[in-house]
Design a binder for this molecule. Structure first.
Ligand SMILES: *Cc1c(COP(=O)(O)O)cnc(C)c1O
Length: 487
């Protein structure tokens, strides 16, 4: 048995209702010396409020906080999500006076610093992507996609060549077809070749005069670089379409390769993946959209320009697609991303990219054999295995993921991308040290062994958590979220 990296503490923590005892108080108030009044808004139907001491409350919430597995707890190898460390310098910068308490309704004359920050971040992102113009407004990757595809639609309409379809490879993120459909396009599936990349013959056939854009993730969701990207871009352009790049995987390219140089017309970035701003739990993100010149007139208002040499906001953009979000975007993400870029510098960013790719390939080499590798093409920043070696024992990708929890790790991404049956998608990011990768690998290898010798140990996992295996369908469709007192 390998040593277990059981870092998360699983306490048997009761509800405050359950530790309540009549008469216990969290604070002591002086005797009442004014007439009592009815509390406005009180809900008399809620009875049995817990009566607990201050220390019980503190311990309760402190213990609960330790149940939360996060990037600050241990490796978080959720593929496609890029759960890298959020450096504390980002937080420090974001809380500086004047930034942390800036208000979006502040007049422009009092927001010079904020505008300079947006301007500097924009320039860095343009240098990193090799594109011509950018909007920071979209609040997430998916919203960036929608913004980008609306820009394509506006630009093609301006050419007098509105088109109906968007081509999307079968390895795409689910948000891509959703985006194209919401923007009013028909989605056409483009199949991958045995190498896991765009099948050029299919593209040749399907890239017709009706196709507005090809939406491509590069590296794609298999973690594979589209090596034919120049031919792909040329073909799409020859046939009058545009190339949209889903840039969520830019952490594999920053400092090494620029989408603007390999023919991309429009792309989004996920600051909350590539540039280390925190994400998860539906918190604020940022999905800037960078474009080539032709698309610039259509960018959402306000557009950041220069007036008398100073960054300023331009609302007078008659061809703009309009606003996609209130105000200017999630400003707190801009300061964090800019801090990350500046703290790393050119060489640091490049090294980050190389380390992310190195870590993924380290895991790949160590797990090859124990787990099936559906595509032999070299991996970039993430590696996709499948459960094909385990299915004969009745062990599936979801079981291995749940068993990882017993070993103290956050699971990898389960059953995505859809092109791989039983996918196990692992993205360690550059944040993991070699020692941590070794622990993760040891756990994965131990589970592969368990799957052979005692598969029920894996299919019944997790065993160490407060709540074991849920019926996933019932948990999603008929959740019981309310605690009822025992009467
Ligand atoms: C994460 C991701 C998205 C969506 O980004 P959100 O910020 O979650 O909306 C789109 N495409 C790919 C490839 C992604 O990994």
């Amino acid at each position: 048995m390998p040593t277990r990296a059981s870092r998360h503490i699983v306490q048997n923590e009761p509800l405050l209702f359950e530790v309540s005892a009549p008469g216990k108080q969290g604070c002591q108030l002086p005797p009442l010396d004014v007439p009592p009044v009815e509390l406005a808004g009180a809900r008399p139907e809620i009875t049995d409020f817990p009566e607990v001491s201050e220390l019980e409350v503190i311990r309760h919430f402190t213990r609960l906080s330790t149940w939360n597995y996060g990037v600050d707890t241990g490796i978080y190898p959720l593929g496609s999500c890029t759960m890298k460390y959020n450096p504390r310098i980002n937080e420090l910068v974001t809380r500086l006076d004047g930034l942390g308490d800036g208000h979006p309704l502040q007049p422009e004359a009092l927001s010079r610093g904020a505008l300079r920050i947006m301007d500097l971040l924009s320039r860095y992102l343009l240098e990193i992507t090799g594109m011509d113009a950018i909007t920071l407004q979209p609040a997430a990757g998916a919203q960036g996609e929608l913004t980008g595809i609306l820009l394509v639609r506006a630009a093609l309409a301006a050419r007098g060549d509105a088109r109906r379809k968007v081509l999307i490879p079968d390895s795409a993120h689910g948000t891509n077809p959703a985006t194209a459909a919401i923007a009013g396009y028909q989605v056409e599936n483009l199949k991958s070749n045995p190498a896991g990349t765009v099948d050029m013959a299919s593209l040749e056939r399907q890239m017709t005069a009706d196709v507005a854009a090809l939406m491509l993730t590069n590296p794609n969701t298999l973690g594979i670089f589209e090596a034919d990207i120049h031919r792909i871009a040329d073909l799409v352009h020859e046939r009058g379409g545009m190339l949209y790049m889903d840039g969520a995987n830019m952490n594999a390219l920053v400092g090494r390769s620029r989408p603007g140089d390999f023919g991309v017309d429009v792309m989004h970035l996920n600051l909350h993946k590539t540039f280390s701003t925190p994400h998860g739990g539906g918190g604020p993100g940022a999905g800037p959209v960078a474009v080539k010149r032709e698309l610039e007139p259509f960018l959402p208002i306000p557009v950041l320009t220069r007036r008398n040499g100073e960054p300023a906001l331009d609302y007078d953009r008659p061809r703009s697609i309009g606003r996609v979000r209130a105000f200017y975007g999630n400003f707190g993400m801009f300061t964090r991303a800019l801090a990350y870029i500046m703290a790393n510098g050119c060489d640091g960013l490049k090294q980050t990219t190389e380390d992310a790719v190195l870590n993924a390939n380290y895991v790949r080499k160590k797990l090859e054999g124990a787990y099936a590798l559906p595509y032999a093409t070299p991996s970039m920043h993430e590696v996709v295995f499948s459960d094909a070696n385990q299915t004969a024992q009745g062990v599936r990708t979801g079981d291995v993921a749940k068993r990882l929890i017993d070993y103290g790790f956050h699971p990898y991404t389960v059953s995505f991308p859809l092109v791989v049956r039983g996918a196990m998608m692992i993205e360690p990011t550059e944040s993991a040290s070699q020692a941590e990768l070794d622990e993760f690998v040891a756990a994965m290898l131990a589970i592969a062994e368990e799957a052979k010798t005692q598969p029920e140990l894996v299919t019944g996992a997790p065993h160490t958590t407060k709540i074991g295996r849920l019926d996933e369908v019932a948990a999603a469709r008929q959740p019981h979220l309310r605690w009822q007192p025992k009467r």
